[in-house]
Design a protein around this ligand. Structure first.
Ligand SMILES: Cc1cc2nc3c(=O)[nH]c(=O)nc-3n(C[C@H](O)[C@H](O)[C@H](O)COP(=O)(O)O)c2cc1C
Length: 513
């Protein structure tokens, strides 16, 4: 036998040994799994169907990934369907996001929003820039802004370093604000030079004493920064109303500890409400205390559930004087997002923005406070139609968190609570963060904002008004269970002329309280 023949025989003999070894190992592993499954008692499926039962878990897990690509229809997934995500992706990438052939949207489900186009739309050259809104007229530094969409609160900690850097730069490019979320102010928030809304959560991260109380001196320092334009006191957020949180010791790195003002490498507990705010007067007291220190506009964020307290709030404001009012109210939707929350709170607690926004607008109109307290709305408002709906209803601006996550490249893998976010947005794993280039993504963030402004403007022009802030409830209809749509102003009749509360009515109402 020549050399080639000998080598061939040896190769074949090696491969056959390898094959026998692989099959043997496979059989051995299956046998071990079989013994493990049949002798354990914790899992009925694996005990009754040893080895095969394990595939159930594998397929359930893989299903999460494959559904998105192969099986789910364009308008089917939650929290955001493919059509919505694609609109953001294409806008952020600055690509053409027109659609061919016709709408894939079914217009019959209850709640579908339909805008009332005007027979004589506003000529594009007659379109106007969105007028500015001034927040906090009684403060030393009122804040004037124009942007119809801004970046909702997401803390540094929930978001990675490159994500915050990209948002900061993107917000500066787009001329919108960035809310810090409740994790304190990091240098990365300031880096891009954008306007900042500083949020104070229940743990007062970033402005807390060691005992967890408000450190007014620190607040004064932060609010003195020119970039910090407003302060937002967070009462609750839609995904977890009435729930605090634990920041586990492993996540409390030296940097996070310094930013948040907490001891390093120790669990940090956020209470489930501000301990010092137990009533409407308490809320106004704290807002005024913060405003006294910050000397800039101060508002609050909450998801609405019970609503009688909002009337009490209005009455208390009138009793104290109009200056005592919060400068803004950010209304979050019951189906808002978060890094991590218990399912029952996420699914079933707190009103969706579609109900809460008109209700709050009407209460504030009733008490003649609608102009005094600016209203920002958040909750799955990531497409032009949703944003235009918010303006028809009465919002002054829209905030988005997850819309901007999509702009950063989020693929809705639902891993925000796992430190394994594949796009580097909500993970502190440096390997995964490598995929997120702040420079490149900041352009996408700005592009998303620009496209949103353009397309909401297009809806406004189609309805015959010159800019989105001129949209009214009668420009929008909502499909009912009968299959017919009715105007939004019939569904939620606006409180026409603000009711001027006579001193007599006010004292009666306060007496009734
Ligand atoms: C990753 C993540 C972190 C968040 N962190 C905060 C936070 O620190 N403070 C807060 O008030 N809301 C927080 N939120 C809620 C958002 O600000 C927003 O209110 C909510 O997600 C609804 O907006 P969206 O539907 O556009 O995401 C967070 C949301 C996400 C997705």
């Amino acid at each position: 036998m020549d050399l080639l023949g000998r080598l061939t025989m040896e190769g074949l003999s090696f491969l056959s040994t390898l094959f026998v070894f692989a099959v043997g190992s496979f059989v051995l592993i299956v046998f071990i799994l079989f013994i493990i499954d049949i002798s354990q008692t914790a899992d009925a499926i694996r005990r009754n169907y040893p080895v095969i039962g394990r595939f159930r878990y594998l397929f359930t897990r893989l299903g999460e990934f494959f559904r998105q690509y192969f099986f789910a229809l364009d308008r089917e997934e939650l929290p955001f369907n493919r059509a919505e995500r694609d609109w953001v992706y294409l806008s952020a990438a600055g690509m053409d996001n027109t659609v061919a052939f016709g709408s894939t949207r079914n217009l019959t489900p209850v709640g579908t929003v339909i805008f009332v186009n005007c027979p004589f739309p506003t000529l594009e050259e007659h379109g106007m820039d969105v007028p500015a809104i001034v927040v906090g007229p009684y403060t030393d530094r009122p804040y004037e802004f124009r942007s119809i969409i801004n970046i909702s609160a997401m803390s540094y900690g929930a978001l990675s370093t490159p994500a915050v850097r990209a948002l900061s730069k993107g917000a500066a490019l787009a001329g919108c604000w960035l809310n810090t979320g409740e994790g304190g102010l990091a240098a990365y928030h300031l880096e891009g030079g954008c306007d900042i809304v500083f949020q104070i959560g229940t743990a007062k991260y970033g402005v807390r004493t060691l005992g967890g109380l408000l450190d007014e001196g620190r607040l004064r320092e932060i609010a003195a920064l020119d970039q910090v334009k407003m302060v937002e006191l967070k009462l609750s957020q839609g995904a977890k109303p009435g729930k605090g949180g634990i920041l586990p010791a492993v996540k409390v790195t030296r940097e996070i500890a310094t930013i948040r003002g907490i001891p390093v490498h120790q669990d940090s507990i956020s209470p489930n409400r501000h301990p010092e705010i137990d009533s409407v007067p308490d809320l106004l007291d704290v807002i005024n205390r913060i405003r006294g220190a910050a000397r800039k506009p101060v508002g609050f964020k909450a998801v609405v559930g019970a609503y009688g307290w909002l009337e009490t709030l209005c009455l208390e404001i009138h009793r104290r004087g109009i200056e005592s009012a919060p400068d803004f109210f950010t209304i979050d939707s019951g189906d808002g997002g978060t890094g991590a929350a218990p399912m029952p709170l996420m699914d079933n607690v707190g009103l969706p923005i579609k109900e809460a926004l008109p209700m709050v607008v009407d209460i504030f109109c009733k008490y003649d406070l609608r102009d005094r307290i600016k209203l920002f709305a958040s909750g799955k408002l990531i497409t032009p139609a949703e944003v235009a709906w918010a303006f028809c209803t009465g919002a002054d601006a829209v905030n988005s968190a997850r819309g901007f996550m999509f702009a950063l490249g989020c693929i809705q893998s639902l891993k925000c609570n796992k430190n394994t976010c594949p796009t580097g947005i909500t993970t502190h794993d440096r390997r995964l963060q490598r995929g997120l280039n702040p420079e490149e993504k900041s352009v996408r963030v700005a592009s998303f904002v620009e496209k949103m402004r353009t397309d909401v403007g297009v809806i406004a022009h189609s309805c015959g008004v010159p800019h989105p802030r001129a949209l009214k409830r009668y420009h929008c209809r909502i499909v009912q269970h009968t299959g017919r749509s009715i105007p939004l102003d019939e569904l939620f009749p606006p409180v026409g002329r603000p009711q001027q509360l006579a001193a007599k009515d006010l004292s009666v109402a306060l007496g009734d309280r």
